[in-house]
Design a protein around this ligand. Structure first.
Ligand code: FAD
Ligand code: FES
Ligand code: FES
Length: 479
């Protein structure tokens, strides 16, 4: 049995844990405000909020319900668009009544005031993302509110009107003062009063204890599901999964001496919000905002990115450059493997199917280190890379002491460029325009000999070679 709260209702269900939250919401609870668009995490029409207990408060993040299995929302609070209007206007079973009987929330009012909705298909998704922005308490600037809707696509209303609505909502958040986001949101009618009781209800649910899904025999390791539910959605519904998402032991990001250790189930958002990561990587936000969209970043785990073995996995490239080591565990057995030895061939890894990637560990970059990440995709945001690259350099007195260069999209695996990295070590850091530098051109010749791109939908082999060259020079321009 799985227990969670859906809007104001406590849910107990014996459905397969692999059932998507979207199907549960629409077909089992008949809450049709949450829409089905792409079923691939791309359009945001199915966006819901998922609230997780954090001490005495509940932290809400957006997720695409089409890629979220029920097993991942165990003991969580799920909020659909029907759950944000004042309860006095809701039907007894949580079914929203017709729109003329509903009081609009300030988020919905802003959408109406700015004519930010036309056919209305995408609107619940936008409303949920903007409601999440209000509940996060993490901003009050128009740009921040617009960033919250980076996973929502609208096909018929001009984005400018949606941006203006986001701007209005940002203005509302400027008045929050020292109030907690949830109390402020309730006071302003952004969410109903029942939100203030969710923390106690989730605590009671956890304390009551229910069958641990991990105790069941499992077939697949499941992180956020953003890869598995795109690749094999039907099969995943009935495949017993070892649900690793939300496992506290796999979510920590901590410092251990000179090293940073990141739990395998940490999400991209966890990395973005980690003060440790922010201190190590000044451009963290700029770089990781190039990874998918807010709802996907809220679900996509570090281990899932590495283990799905995509040649263009952004985090694979990032951690290859850092020379990170992966910890793998199978029951009581535990081992570490350098990430640079992990990718054996196309979608082939140096690990058994049962081995769980519990953490990744890398040496903290110091003052003498430079790190940069570059990515080129067809769209700047919400797209996977044609080619991506990361470079770590340690420089002392203008001499390169250590170099780690990784490039994705140019080989069957995310590629660490062993020869080019070794070539750079011991060289003087180029001064002046990198494009005019003979040493870097020599390095690029070596780089080109290490890669073997193929032509596909992301670009021709020649184009990818050009991109690899450009990104290599771009690193030095940035640094
Ligand atoms: C709309 C969209 C946009 C995307 N954009 C990007 C992008 O810009 N950049 C990018 O790199 N990726 C992108 N992705 C791909 C995907 O989101 C990432 O690769 C993500 O990190 C996968 O993590 P997950 O936890 O969701 O993996 P899951 O789907 O849960 O699992 C993926 C694989 O990893 C295995 N696995 C999961 N956790 C573990 C573990 N702890 N130990 C061992 N094996 C494990 C699973 O068995 C499975 O084989 C995108 C996906 C979508 C749907
Ligand atoms: S239906 Fe498009 S993101 Fe879920
Ligand atoms: S209002 Fe029609 S898709 Fe956005």
């Amino acid at each position: 049995m799985l227990h969670f709260i859906l809007n104001d209702q406590t849910i107990q269900t014996g459905l397969a844990g692999g059932t998507t939250l979207l199907d549960f919401i629409r077909y089992h609870r008949h809450l049709h405000g949450t829409k089905i668009g792409c079923r691939e995490g791309d359009c945001g029409a199915c966006t819901v909020l998922v609230g997780e207990l954090q001490g005495d408060t509940v932290r809400y993040r957006t997720m695409t319900s089409c890629l979220t299995p029920l097993v991942n929302i165990r003991h969580k609070h799920v909020v659909t668009v029907e759950g944000i209007n004042p309860p006095v206007f809701q039907g007894m079973a949580g079914h929203a009544q017709s729109s003329d009987q509903l009081a609009l929330t300030p988020v919905q009012e802003a959408m109406v005031a700015e004519n930010a909705t036309q056919c209305g298909f995408c609107t619940p998704g936008f409303v949920m993302s903007l409601t999440s922005f209000c509940l996060s308490g993490q901003g009050h600037l128009p740009g921040q509110a617009v960033a919250a809707i980076d996973g929502n696509i609208c096909r018929c209303t001009g984005y400018k009107s949606i941006e203006r609505a986001a701007g209005r909502i940002a203005g509302l958040m400027q008045n929050r003062g020292i109030q907690t986001p949830a109390v402020f949101a309730v006071e302003k009618g952004i969410v109903p009063h029942y939100f203030l009781e969710i923390s106690a209800r989730l605590k009671a649910m956890q304390a009551a204890g229910t069958t641990d899904p991990a105790a069941e025999p499992t077939v697949v390791l499941l992180g956020g599901g953003t890869d598995l539910y795109v690749q094999r959605p039907e099969e995943m519904t009935h495949t017993p999964a070892n649900a690793l998402f939300y496992r506290p032991a796999l979510r920590q990001i901590r410092e251990e001496g000179d090293f940073i250790e990141i739990g395998g189930a940490s999400t991209v958002t966890d990395l973005l919000e980690s003060p440790l990561m922010q201190a190590c990587f000044p451009a963290l936000n700029e770089h990781l905002k190039l990874v998918s969209s807010t709802p996907i970043r809220n679900m996509a785990t570090v281990a899932g990115n590495l283990a799905n073995a995509s040649p263009i996995g952004d985090l694979s490239i990032w951690f290859l450059a850092l020379d990170a080591a992966l910890e793998l565990r199978n029951g009581p057995l535990n081992r570490q493997i350098p990430l640079r030895d992990f990718f054996l061939g196309y979608k082939t890894l140096a690990k058994s199917a049962d081995e769980v990637a519990t953490s990744i560990r890398f040496k903290k970059p110091g003052k003498a280190h430079f790190f940069n990440f570059e990515k080129v995709s067809k769209r700047t945001f919400l797209d996977i890379a044609s080619v991506n690259s990361a470079l770590l350099l340690q420089v002392e007195n203008d001499m390169i002491k250590e170099a780690g260069l990784a490039i994705g999209g140019v080989a069957p695996v995310p590629l660490f460029l062993k020869k080019t990295s070794a070539f750079l070590i011991g060289k003087t850091l180029p001064a002046g325009d990198p494009m005019e530098n003979d040493l870097l051109h020599e390095a690029n010749t070596l780089l080109q000999s290490e890669i073997s791109p193929i032509s596909d939908v992301r670009g021709s082999a020649a184009y990818k070679r050009l991109l690899a060259r450009q990104l290599f020079f771009a690193h030095f321009m940035k640094l």
